[in-house]
Structure formats: structure tokens, C-alpha cells
Design a protein around this ligand. Structure first.
Ligand code: NAP
Length: 360
């Protein structure tokens, strides 16, 4: 595989730090530019991000002395340094939309963690095991933007990265009709640590702005299909969610209820989960888990602490699958929100797009 020079836009933030640690030893991608707001520009990565470093591993030594660029003012400089960028910034949505389009129009592909472009019909939102074929819409997006290389691809919201993968291999086999999911989401999903979010201690906050809408609508885009110059969303299943913030550092859990056209047998579902794989596994992408969905028989699984790191935080853990008297089945699942759910999922998507030739 060709080697790629990459930039991290929003490098000082929670997701940006994850990108830095994940890319430190990546076999295809080398970080050659770091950028953040004007507040950080001109400082070394150590000076700007060191005091708020939230990762368990130290800041990559190769990046400590890199001088941060201004994500908006320095696009021209960044263009000289990179083949594409990962982007995770905390800005108003209209500003993120404009920023990401500015990079794409400068012929810098953008692999984004931000939500601003998730509902743009020609911007693919790819989980490689689920909808790798959505990459095909990039040609239409390039035509709209008037670019040859530049485009935007987004990663979906972190809340749904456990229950959508778990439901995906059952969807067509049994005819998935209705889904109810309650999510229990870690504080790193809000870019916080226990130090910066003391009000979460001994508390559950039953509101995360915009999260329920994203959790209900984004799966329909992922389960949609490319038609002409856009992705047409699926019309079902009907999904309803409640999203709660819980005092856990990392890992979003979901309690899921689902009903189908054809009632599945519990043991058959476990077999389907155990054998499920997609293009990420078939192409042996460097960040892909060997097995995507892991089912645990123990009554107390999946626990956040043990299973969120499973397969480098890129797999989904599922437990407590059982019949339900209102829905057909219920189960609990867990995925790592800043790994599979954010930076890791974006790196995996970039690997897929690299193999498919979109980053050439
Ligand atoms: P964060 O920790 O608050 O970091 C925000 C980053 O944005 C920092 O690097 C910050 O730079 C930069 N930034 C802020 N204003 C900027 C501006 N005007 N121009 C350029 N850069 C600016 O946030 P986060 O949790 O990493 O989240 C970043 C994005 O990823 C958000 O859109 C979020 O919704 C999304 N996301 C987060 C997660 C998660 O699990 N945390 C999951 C999925 C998606 P300075 O340090 O210079 O201020």
C-alpha cells in the first residue's frame, strides 16, 4: 500500500488526541500536520495539548514538537504537507460545514468525525462492515464541488456504533421492523474527563443535546442506498431512542429491544453474530477487528471496563440476548466511543477509501 501523509484538524481535542495515538505507528498513514484553533496555533503540540492530555498512553514523541497550524487560516500550508486530513473540531455546525468544504475544494480529502455533513445526501457515512458501497457517491460529490481529489466522508454518531452493527446482520434475514434503544454514554463522548466534568460524579444526566435525533436518523442513512448523485435513506426500521450520560470514562452501552417480520431463534442470532464479517475483515484493513461482533453468555456482560478495549476498542460486545414479551428480542451491547465510535472508526474508513483508490 502507498504511504500517505495526513493531518489532524482539531488535534488538541479528545478525538484529535485519539487520532494522534492511533496514527503513531500506523502502517500506511504518517502524521505530517497538526492543526487546531487560533488559540493553539504557533504552540508546540506539547504546549497546547500536554496539559489536557487525556489518553492512557503518552503523547507520541514524534508529534510533541510539531507546531500547530491554524485550521482555518493555514489551509494553504496544510495542503502542501498532507494527502488528506482527519477532522474533529468543536465549532458551530455552519462553520464546520464551511471549513470541511474549504478543505475539499482545496483538493484535500476530509475524513470527518463531525456531525455537520452527516445529512448531506452526497456525503457518505461509512462503517466499512455495513455500507462500504456508499463510497461510490464520492464521484457525484466531487462533481458538485468541482474537485478532482477533494471530498468529505463522515463517520456516524458514536451512540449507534454498538446497536446498528448488532442489528445489521439480522435486518434483512428477519425483516427488522421496530427498534427501541436506550444508550448509556461515557463522558469522553462529550470531550470530558472526570476532572473537567465533576457534576457527572454520582450522577446520571438524562439529556444529551441532539443525540436522540442522530441515533434515530443516522442508521437510516447507513442502511440507505446510492441512487444517482445521492444516498437515499432507508424508510425503516422505525427507531426510537433515549440517550443518557453516565459516570463512565469511555464506552457507550445500549439496551436494545427489536421486533421483526419473522421471529428469530435466539441461538440462530448468536451464530449470525459470531460469523458476521464485512469488507473490513475481507480486505484485512489494519484497524479492523478480526471478529466484529462478540457475544458473551455471562449474565453480567458486557461490562464497560472489560469489553470496551476488546480488539483494540474496534469490536462490539453483546450480552444478555433473550426473548421479550413486547418486542421479539432484547439485548445489551457496548462499543468504545472514541475508538470504534470516533477516531478508530474514521481511521478504518480511511483505510477502506485508500484501498478503493479514493485517496490516491
Ligand atoms: P474537544 O475535546 O472539545 O476538542 C475540540 C477541538 O476543536 C480542539 O482541537 C479545538 O482546538 C478545536 N477547535 C475549537 N474551535 C476551533 C476553531 N474555531 N477552529 C479550529 N479548531 C477549533 O472535542 P471532541 O470531543 O474532540 O469532539 C470534536 C468533534 O468530534 C465534535 O464535532 C464532536 O461532536 C465529534 N465527536 C466526538 C466524539 C467523542 O467521543 N468525543 C465522538 C464522535 C464525534 P483548541 O484546542 O485550539 O481550542
Amino acid at each position: 500500500m502507498k504511504q500517505f501523509s495526513v493531518g489532524i484538524i482539531g488535534a488538541t481535542g479528545m478525538v484529535g488526541q485519539r487520532f494522534a495515538t492511533l496514527l503513531e505507528h500506523h502502517p500506511w498513514f504518517t502524521v505530517t500536520a497538526l492543526a487546531a484553533s487560533a488559540r493553539s496555533a504557533g504552540k508546540t503540540y506539547r504546549e497546547a495539548a500536554g496539559p489536557r492530555w487525556a489518553m492512557k498512553t503518552p503523547m507520541p514523541a514524534s508529534m510533541e514538537d510539531m507546531v500547530l497550524l491554524d485550521a482555518t487560516a493555514d489551509i494553504g500550508k496544510i495542503k502542501e504537507l498532507v494527502d488528506f486530513v482527519f477532522c474533529a473540531v468543536d465549532m458551530p455546525k455552519d462553520q464546520i460545514r464551511a471549513l470541511e468544504e474549504a478543505y475539499a475544494r482545496e483538493e484535500i480529502p476530509v475524513i470527518s468525525n463531525n456531525s455537520a455533513h452527516r445529512s448531506t445526501p452526497d456525503v457518505p457515512m461509512i462503517v466499512p462492515e455495513i455500507n462500504a458501497d456508499h463510497a461510490a457517491v464520492i464521484d457525484a460529490q466531487r462533481a458538485r464541488l468541482g474537485t478532482k481529489r477533494g471530498f468529505i466522508a463522515v463517520k456516524s454518531n458514536c451512540s449507534l456504533q454498538s446497536y446498528v452493527p448488532a442489528l445489521h446482520p439480522l435486518k434483512d434475514v428477519y425483516g427488522l421492523k421496530n427498534v427501541l434503544a436506550c444508550t448509556y454514554q461515557a463522558i469522553s463522548g462529550a470531550g470530558k474527563t472526570f476532572e473537567s466534568f465533576p457534576e457527572i460524579l454520582d450522577n446520571v444526566i438524562p439529556f444529551i443535546g441532539g443525540e436522540e435525533e442522530k441515533s434515530e436518523q443516522e442508521p437510516l442513512k447507513m442502511w440507505g442506498r446510492v441512487q444517482g448523485d445521492r444516498i437515499v435513506n432507508a424508510t425503516g426500521p422505525s427507531i426510537t431512542t433515549q440517550c443518557l450520560r453516565v459516570p463512565v470514562s469511555d464506552g457507550h452501552m445500549a439496551a436494545v429491544f427489536a421486533s421483526f417480520e419473522k421471529k428469530p431463534e435466539i441461538e440462530d442470532i448468536k451464530k449470525i453474530w459470531a460469523s458476521f464479517s464485512g469488507p473490513a475483515q475481507e480486505l484485512e484493513l489494519p484497524s479492523a477487528p478480526k471478529q466484529f461482533l462478540h457475544y458473551f453468555e455471562e449474565d453480567n456482560r458486557p461490562q464497560a471496563k472489560l469489553d470496551r478495549e476488546l480488539e483494540r476498542g474496534m469490536a462490539v460486545s453483546i450480552g444478555r440476548l433473550r426473548p421479550d414479551h413486547q418486542y421479539d428480542i432484547k439485548f445489551v451491547c457496548l462499543s468504545h466511543n472514541t475508538l470504534r465510535g470516533a477516531a478508530g472508526g474514521a481511521v478504518l474508513m480511511a483505510e477502506l477509501l485508500a484501498v478503493k483508490g479514493y485517496l490516491a
